[in-house]
Each structure stands twice: as C-alpha cells, then as structure tokens.
Design a protein around this ligand. Structure first.
Ligand code: SF4
Length: 701
C-alpha cells in the first residue's frame, strides 16, 4: 500500500506567498493543495500553484550531474562534483589574480531562498572582494526599492494583505493582479462583492482582466503616469482632500511638490495622458473621500526609463492624503518573484548590503565586514544586471556565475546578451533544468535542488517570512544551492562557510538583523515550523510579527519624516514613436506562465491558455495595417525582429501593442522572443530596464 506524508510549505512562484500542503507518497510522488490554515491564501491556489506537483514529479528535463567542457570546441561532459568545483575555484582564483576581483560577477534570482541569497552575497562581497552580484529582481523591483528608500528612508512595504479587507478605494497602477497575483486579487474581489461601496481604479494602457473588474479604468498613453498621478495630486489639493496635519508634522518637501503638481492644469494633463478630465477628477475624488486608500503597483511603473520617478509620483498620493500607517491605508508594491523581498533583506543587489545597509556608506561597509570577520568590503560600486553583461561584452568582466535564472530569455536586447555570453571566458550555470536557454553557454553546469528538495525561508510582498520544507530528495546528483556555494567557498580557501545546514545560515543572518528595523533575531526555524509565518520585524521572543509599519508616523529618514520626492521630469525619456517605428511595444506576462517557462512550460494544462506567443494589437491599427486575426506579423525594432500571430483586440490603446515575455529560443524558435526587440536603456536611478516602452513597426509577414 502506498502511504503519504503531508508537509507544509510555500508556493515557489509569485510574491503573494501562498501556503501549500504537499503530500509525498512512499514513491516520492507529490500532490499539492492549498493550506487552509495559511493566513495569505486560506486554502486557495491559482492555476500555477495548483499544478506545481507536475513540475516536481516530471524530472525529464532536470540537470542530474555536473557537466564541464575544457574548451569551447569540445562538448560538455559529465564530471564529478570534486572536479567541477575544483575547476570553478581554479578558474576564479586565476582570473581574480590576473585581472582583479571586479573581473568576476554573480547573477542570481528572486527565486533563491533567503539563505542562498545571504551566502552568495557573503561569498562575493565579503570574500571574493567584489560587489558584482546582482539579481533578476533588478528587472522587476529596483525602481520601487529606490523610491521607497528615498521616501521612507528604507526599503519598507508599510502594509499587509489584511489591509485589503479594511480599505474602500484601490488604485491599481501598471499591474494586472487578476493574472499575475491571482490569490491576492481573489481577496480583493471577495471584499468588493461583500462591500459594494468598495471602488477599484485601474491605470493601464490595456483593458486587462483587472481593468475589466474595475469601477474606473484610466487607459493612459504609456509613459505618462507621472503626469496622471500629479494631476490627481493637484485635484486632491484643490478640493481640500489633503491631510495638512500629517503633511506639516510628518513630511518634508511638500511645498515643492505642491508647486510641481500645480504647474500642469488638469486639462493639459488630460490631453498628455489621453485620459478624460472627468475621469481624473473622479479618481481623485474617490481617493479623497475614501476611508481607506491602498495603491498597488508592479512592472508598469517599475520597468521604465523613469520608473523611480513614476514610483515617487504614486507614493506622493499616500503622503498628501496622510494615508499611511493606518489600518486599510498605504502604498503596496507587489513583488513579482517569491523572494524578491527576502533577497533585498540580505543585500541581494549590487548596491545593497545585508540588513538594509548601504554599500555607499563606509560605516555600514565596516559593520558588515566586522560581522563577517573580513578586513573590508570593497568600496567599488557593483555592476547591475545589464551592466554585468555590458562588462562581459567589453571584456572588462571575464567570468560570470548564474544561479536560478535564465537571462538569455529575460534580459533586454537578447542578440547583444548572447554576444556578451559568448565573449565571457568562463560561464557557470547553477540551475535545475536543461530547458534554460542560458545553459547552452555554460562551461560548467551545476545541478541544483529545486522546490521541495531543500529547506529554507522566503519573504513575500507583505514582509511575511515563511519556511519552505524539504519533502523529497533531489534527483541524480543535484545539491541544495547553499551546499554548492559553501563547498566552492571552502575550495577558494575562505573561512566562515562551515555551515552544516540552512538553519545555521539563517541563524547567522538573523543575528545580524538584531537592533535593525528588520530585526528577526527572535524568530527561529522552530517558531516558523511550529507557529507558521511571521511579518518582520519580530524583535522580541514572544512577538507575533508586525503587520503594519509607520503606525507611529516615524520614518527611517534622518528627520524621521517621509519625503515628497519630485520626479526630475514629468515626461517620459524613452525615444518617441517615429514614422519608421510608429507603435509602442509593452511586454509582460500571461496568466498561466511563469518567467521563462522552464517550470510552467512543462505542464500541458498550463499551455492551454496561451499555447504560443501572440501580438495583441488594437483592431483599428490592424485594419489600417491590413492585418487580420491570426495573421503572422513581423514586429521590428532597431534591435531585432519577432514573428508571431496577431490577436486583435479593442482592449489595447491604439498605437500600443503587447507581447508576452515568456517564450525563449529552446521551446520554439528565436523569432518568438519579445526581448529580441527591447532596449538596454535603464532608469538612471534604479538601473531597471525600460521593458514597457520600445518603439516598433508591425507589418503582415
Ligand atoms: Fe503561487 Fe502566486 Fe498563485 Fe499563490 S498566487 S498559488 S503564490 S503563483
């Protein structure tokens, strides 16, 4: 008889962070169901989460043993772990000796567990002596991170999912949570069903499922977000819906903000954004008269050449109305990846250090160096995601180690990224699947353990730390990422990596948080396993976690006040559409796929929603350009070409087209890749790429 054990764990896909009960039978086959006791999802799972067991049970694509090639003219061959890691250590030592520590870099992932993120940052920043470690979270969250730091003094998300049930007006900006954060959206839908007075405003150039659900859809011209949010701010000020007491006592820079928003009339803003003036007034009046106002946003704001400025403009609406630090009120940045926030906590970006310390601050660098027992942390700024690939292309960086991410589908301007990878002297790819397009460029492939095959922790969008349980052994010779990294560190001759398990790594990191604003020094694995998930900070032993920040109106800035940051310019800085490239391309996700499909692409029932990529195009644009439904169209930018079928729609603005970003070379062909077209232009403050604004031409092929 086949019996099974049930294990509590957490979904590995998005930043909602749903609890899962995984049943593992004696043949190590897995089934999943939503965990009814988990505070986030209360038993619900979306299509991706409820099909997670297919991904685990199907090991046909898994990397099972280390593979290595001695030269580019030879194929990779199976090698032992000893040979693989000795070679990695030998090559890294030799490159660093010849070219210095900044000639190597690590590119990691928002899907890494916190312990993995911590160890790789300790290894790179503390011991290899470079700050060249960045993450694919750079592609989705970094604009929000910079804006939150400059507004609140730290990268802090003030609110919780439980605030959803306490609010009555929601502004969803540049996000489609109905598809991309489904369980969070179900909570909002249920709340609105039970409370018809609840109003939802969606800002998006596309009429998405989220926009269809909304009471008010502001279908703006891409790139005009700041003008729109400033116009709403102006209307709030003109109608007196501001919290003057909060502004006077708890903020800085209001008068400059006031001056900026008053400099553009509502009628001018309406023309610039393509949003009717009455809709701008209605949105402002709904926000102003609400009892609880929550803004939610994602990539539509972040993935922009002015992404940080767009974030400022939206955050300023919470400051001007004083809607922060109160139940049912506050700005809520929706994280895309399951552990984008946990990664930031341990310093998982080139510009950050662990426990929210700043790389640019000499005192912070010394504190971290002292904690790790090293002389110093390099003062040289680390390279961000796209900068690392630029450095490989130019030859400044010689070696890259890529963990749990597939940049040759997800980065912009893929032809250029392929050249950069081909130019690298040594490429290590540490991952679970041969379906990654990036594996083809690896000199050394290291098989990693996947979800349910290792333990650790993650932090979701609402600062909730959850424990992920190990239920099964990894296939073949795959090993947990922390084991691989610690083994490599020891072969490099570094002290400080003698951990016998993930719990010891967690304890070292938790001790580092003591006395900081993200203190979890009293939260250990036992509590996480026995009592469930907790929202940081958890600064005392019996502390139950912190659902809401800034309830005392004290912010982390030097003055203790929140800051109205002014967008440097209110107009978009991306290149404008031209005669040659008249359309604005935006890229994004579809409901049932995740990132570059290395996991969701394996599940046949998840491919029924979108079996292949299509270009969403306005029906009038299609008529003018003689394109019919289902025609193959050629989309061109100055970077490259994509050929896919057209899907005509009235739900997208004229002049705007949309392509999903998931498809890579391996699954179809290289003309399906949206990132053939996109540019490496980034926001100068956050270094986040401008995925939401590429000028293209579209012609029937
Ligand atoms: Fe997983 Fe996100 Fe779906 Fe929840 S909403 S089941 S975390 S993919």
């Amino acid at each position: 008889m086949i019996s099974s054990k049930k294990i509590k764990t957490t979904c590995s896909y998005c930043g909602v962070g749903c609890g899962i009960l995984a049943s593992v039978n004696t043949q190590e086959k897995v089934m999943v169901e939503g965990d009814p006791s988990h505070p986030v999802n209360k038993g619900m799972l979306c299509s991706k989460g409820m099909n997670l067991h297919y991904v685990v049970n199907d090991t046909s694509d898994r990397i099972l043993f280390p593979e290595m090639r001695w030269s580019r003219s030879h194929p990779r061959e199976r090698v032992s772990w000893d040979d693989a890691l000795d070679r990695a250590a030998g090559v890294f030592k030799s490159i660093i000796h010849k070219h210095g520590p900044d000639s190597v870099g690590f590119y990691v992932s928002g899907q890494c567990l916190t312990e993995e993120y911590y160890i790789v940052n300790k290894l790179v920043k503390g011991f290899l002596g470079t700050n060249n470690i960045d993450t694919n979270s750079r592609l989705c969250m970094s604009s929000a991170v910079v804006a939150q730091k400059k507004t609140f003094g730290e990268d802090s998300v003030p609110i919780s999912y439980e605030d959803i049930e306490l609010a009555d007006v929601f502004l969803i900006a540049g996000a489609n949570p109905a598809w991309c954060h489904p369980i969070l959206f179900r909570r909002l839908e249920k709340h609105k069903e039970q409370n018809p007075n609840v109003k939802v405003i969606v800002v998006d150039p596309r009429k998405t499922d989220s926009a269809n659900f909304a009471d008010l859809h502001l279908q703006l011209i891409p790139g005009t977000d700041i003008i729109l949010y400033n116009a709403i701010g102006r209307r709030l000020i003109e109608t007196g819906f501001v919290d003057q007491n909060f502004i006077d006592n708890h903020t800085e820079n209001y008068l400059k903000y006031r001056k900026q928003v008053m400099s553009v009339s509502l009628s001018t803003a309406s023309k610039l954004c393509g949003v009717p003036i009455d809709d701008i007034r209605t949105a402002a009046d709904l926000i102003g008269t609400s009892n609880g106002f929550i803004s939610m946003w994602a990539m539509g704001l972040n993935q922009s050449a002015i992404g940080t400025d767009k974030n400022f403009a939206l955050l300023n609406l919470s400051l001007v109305t004083g809607r922060i630090g109160k139940p049912g009120n506050g700005p809520f940045s929706l994280t895309g990846q399951p552990n984008a926030m946990g990664g930031r906590e341990v310093g998982g970006m080139a510009s950050l250090l662990a426990v929210h310390k700043e790389l640019s601050n000499p005192q912070h660098r010394q504190e971290v160096a002292d904690f790790w027992g090293v002389d110093q942390i390099s003062p040289n700024p680390g390279l961000s995601a796209t900068e690392m690939f630029d450095a490989l292309e130019s030859g400044k960086m010689k070696a890259i180690w890529i963990i749990c991410t597939n940049p040759l589908v997800s980065l912009p301007n893929l032809k250029r990224m392929e050249k950069a990878m081909a130019n690298a002297k040594f490429v290590v790819v540490q991952d679970i699947s041969h379906r990654s397009d990036t594996v083809a460029y690896a000199d050394l492939v290291l098989p990693a353990a996947g979800w349910l095959e290792k333990e650790g922790t993650m932090t979701n969008s609402e600062r909730r730390i959850s424990y992920l349980n190990k239920g099964i052994d990894p296939p073949g010779e795959a090993r947990p990422d922390v084991e691989i990294l610690c083994d490599f560190a020891k072969r490099m001759g570094f002290r400080g990596f003698n951990f016998s398990n993930s719990e010891e790594i967690y304890e070292e990191y938790a001790a580092m948080t003591k006395g900081t604003s993200i203190d979890i020094s009293f939260l250990n694995y036992d509590r996480l396993k026995n009592e469930g998930s907790f929202q940081w900070p958890v600064p005392e032993y019996r502390h139950e976690g912190t659902p809401r920040l800034f309830t005392d109106k004290k912010f982390h800035t030097p003055s203790g006040k929140a800051i109205f940051n002014l967008p440097a310019q209110i107009e978009n800085t991306s290149e404008k559409p031209s005669q040659e490239f008249p359309f604005i391309l935006t890229t994004g996700r579809v409901r049932d796929q995740w990132h570059t499909m290395t996991k969701t692409g394996k599940v046949s029932r998840l491919r029924t929603h979108y079996s292949h990529p299509v270009l969403e195009m306005n029906s009038i644009d299609a008529y003018i350009n003689k394109v019919k439904e289902g025609d193959v169209v050629e989309i061109k930018s100055s970077n490259g070409i994509v050929r896919v079928r057209a899907k005509l729609s009235k739900n997208i603005r004229e002049g705007v087209v949309f392509l999903p970003m998931h498809w890579g070379k391996q699954l179809q062909n290289d003309l399906n890749r949206a990132n053939n077209l996109t540019f490496t232009r980034v926001d100068p403050q956050s270094k986040e790429p401008d995925f939401k604004f590429t000028t293209v031409s579209v012609k029937k092929y």
